[in-house]
Ligand binder design. Structure first.
Ligand SMILES: [Zn+2]
Length: 116
């Protein structure tokens, strides 16, 4: 990979130029509704409705996460809500619900990254 600034040839997987330190990561690939930053390697929800995500999480814990493309987090939330329901006589459901709604809203807004 050639540095655009000083024309030094760098290794293909280099993120910065060995000679001048210029960032070699220029192109940010965009795939189906998910934006990925090459440096932080984090994914963000894009084009999602925060209010709808919150409402879905209110209906079913984890559903807002699934809507955001956060499948793993949605499943973990749902399983946690179900598993904790009996030993806590249902009390755990409300903090789980609150977490799910707030998280779905924040992720849909793009304030918080998705789980891998
Ligand atoms: Zn350079």
């Amino acid at each position: 990979m050639k540095c655009a600034k000083c024309q030094t040839e760098n290794r293909q997987d280099s993120k910065f130029c060995l000679n001048c330190g210029e960032s070699l990561v220029i192109v940010v690939p965009v795939d189906e509704g998910v934006r990925r930053s090459p440096l932080a390697n984090k994914r963000y929800a894009q084009g999602k409705n925060p209010t709808l995500a919150g409402i879905l999480s209110f209906l079913v814990v984890g559903l807002g996460q699934v809507y955001n493309g956060d499948f793993l987090k949605g499943i973990v939330m749902f399983v946690m809500a179900v598993v904790l329901f009996v030993p806590t006589t249902g009390l755990s459901y409300f903090p789980m619900l609150a977490w799910s709604i707030v998280d779905a809203y924040r992720v849909a807004k793009g304030n918080q990254s998705l789980w891998k």
